[in-house]
Design a protein around this ligand. Structure first.
Ligand code: IMP
Ligand code: MG
Length: 183
């Protein structure tokens, strides 16, 4: 079952379908195929950032055909519901990433401040390699230099929800991706 209304309203804001569940799923499968090839003979650690990347993370892992580990990390970005102010808090974690091949799984890279902070936090754990897999990125909004190894979609700067992404904690359960009207 998938939840895919033709319109979705949150606090008087209207969202309309932008990418279908099918398009999202096929992009995720493609990322999984690339990772399956690139990490042969290795045991990567998929580090899923909560909460947004839970959905992408589960779908991605269902298509991973490797011996692998799964961990989660929480990152919180401050600002309004739609704009990051650049202040990011990453929950310090006791996960052991020493000498590991880490793949950070993100839902969306907007300004890039969150992934930048995550990368800096993870580097302190002495991993062997670190890669970034993100379902969506908004390159026009990047404020820092970010290298994304695996990307589902490059999208315009408009606000989006669905497939794990929220507005005011709502809309994560929409299948596919919805875009704010008149943004
Ligand atoms: P950053 O600006 O790259 O640091 O992104 C910060 C966080 O803001 C992301 O991890 C998302 O949780 C959230 N975010 C940024 N843009 C969007 C969007 O278009 N929809 C939903 N969440 C977003
Ligand atoms: Mg997020």
């Amino acid at each position: 079952m998938s939840f895919a209304p033709r319109k979705y309203q949150i606090n008087h804001l209207n969202f309309k379908p932008y990418l279908s569940e099918r398009e999202v799923d096929s992009a995720i499968k493609k990322i999984a195929e690339d990772i399956n090839k690139d990490y042969k003979e290795r045991t990567p650690v998929f580090l899923i950032t909560l909460k947004g990347a839970m959905f992408f993370g589960v779908k991605l892992l269902q298509n991973i055909e490797l011996d692998c580990k799964v961990e989660v990390i929480a990152a919180k970005s401050y600002g309004s519901n739609m704009h990051s102010c650049g202040k990011v808090e990453v929950q310090e974690s006791s996960i052991n990433l020493k000498e590991q091949d880490v793949i950070i799984v993100e839902d969306i890279i907007d300004t890039g401040y969150t992934i930048d902070k995550l990368l800096k936090t993870i580097q302190k754990h002495d991993p062997r390699t670190v890669a970034v897999a993100s379902l969506v990125a908004k390159p026009e909004k990047f404020c820092v230099d970010i290298n994304i190894n695996y990307l589902g979609f490059s999208v315009p700067p408009n606000f989006i929800i669905g497939s794990g992404m929220d507005y005011d904690e709502r809309g994560r359960n929409l299948s596919g991706i919805y875009i704010l009207e008149n943004d």
